[in-house]
Design a protein around this ligand. Structure first.
Ligand SMILES: NC(=O)c1ccc[n+]([C@@H]2O[C@H](COP(=O)([O-])OP(=O)(O)OC[C@H]3O[C@@H](n4cnc5c(N)ncnc54)[C@H](OP(=O)(O)O)[C@@H]3O)[C@@H](O)[C@H]2O)c1
Length: 240
């Protein structure tokens, strides 16, 4: 094992965008730990791509704390792909109680996962390390609680870049548009909605997890050391 082998942790790394980013980091020679809530999904993905895995709920302080002994002592790259839109496939929230539940669920899934795991691992981040958040095109489109939660990731990016910059740690967020071949849309995006989203792009196609992984790989690289505190839209020109 090389002495300068880099350690990466990818939350939400068992599926979709996180798994593709994990593959990119593995191709860069990193040791990669996938995290998520479902051990069976993580075990299968880790075996397939050659990573390690640790199961915990990234929004639950006690579960994160319990997982710490199984996570690397020094972390060079931390990617926050855990998240999603709990409203998809659910009945629209109408009562105040339902609206509270929806916004809380979106905040928990996207913001708490990112903030809590970062704080738990802050002291393990290596100098010149990399933090990568996953936002969304929805952050700037008024997409209810989900869009607001992803907007919070943007301001978290700014805050953390300022806090960690003197150590050479960069903090950036990739904000994807439609990315297929993930579990994000559950059983699938309705055909008409898919057509609308693809028509919005300049290149007339949906994004793929590898599109996000390619940018994440660059942001994780040594060459990207002067890029920090930024949001990188990745949407085929759907938002220009
Ligand atoms: N696909 C798109 O079109 C799109 C567009 C813009 C942004 N995004 C964002 O991209 C990120 C990745 O999504 P994806 O498209 O790759 O969908 P995905 O396949 O559903 O990936 C989300 C991953 O996060 C994990 N996760 C969710 N909540 C978690 C929690 N509380 N603790 C630990 N792990 C958790 C899930 O695993 P478990 O369920 O096993 O925990 C899953 O592996 C998300 O933040 C999503 O909002 C996606």
């Amino acid at each position: 094992m090389s002495l300068d082998l880099k350690n990466s942790v990818v939350t939400g790394g068992g599926t979709g965008i996180g798994k593709a980013i994990a593959q990119e980091l593995l191709a860069m020679g990193h040791r990669v730990v996938l995290t998520g809530r479902r051990p069976d999904v993580l075990e299968k993905a880790a075996r397939e791509i050659g990573a390690d895995w640790v199961a915990f709920d990234a929004a639950e302080p006690d579960e994160i704390t319990a997982a710490l002994p199984n996570l690397p002592e020094r972390i060079d790259v931390l990617v926050h792909s855990a998240g999603g839109n709990p409203d998809l496939g659910a009945q629209p929230a109408r009562t105040l109680t339902e609206i509270k539940e929806s916004w809380t669920a979106n905040f928990t899934a996207n913001v708490l996962t990112t903030v809590l795991v970062t704080e738990a691992l802050r002291d393990r981040l290596a100098d010149n390390g990399r933090l990568i958040g996953i936002g969304s095109i929805a952050a700037r489109r008024g997409a209810s609680g989900y869009g607001a939660a992803k907007a919070a990731i943007e301001t978290w990016t700014s805050q953390m870049a300022g806090e960690l910059g003197e150590r050479g740690i960069t903090v950036n967020t990739i904000a994807p548009g439609l990315i297929e071949e993930t579990e994000f849309f559950g059983p699938g995006l309705p055909t008409e909605r898919r057509a609308v989203l693809i028509a919005e792009t300049a290149n007339k196609r949906a994004g793929r997890p590898e599109d996000v992984a390619a940018l994440a790989g660059f942001l994780a690289s040594e060459r990207a050391g002067h890029l920090t505190g930024q949001i990188f839209p990745l949407n085929g020109g759907a938002s220009r």
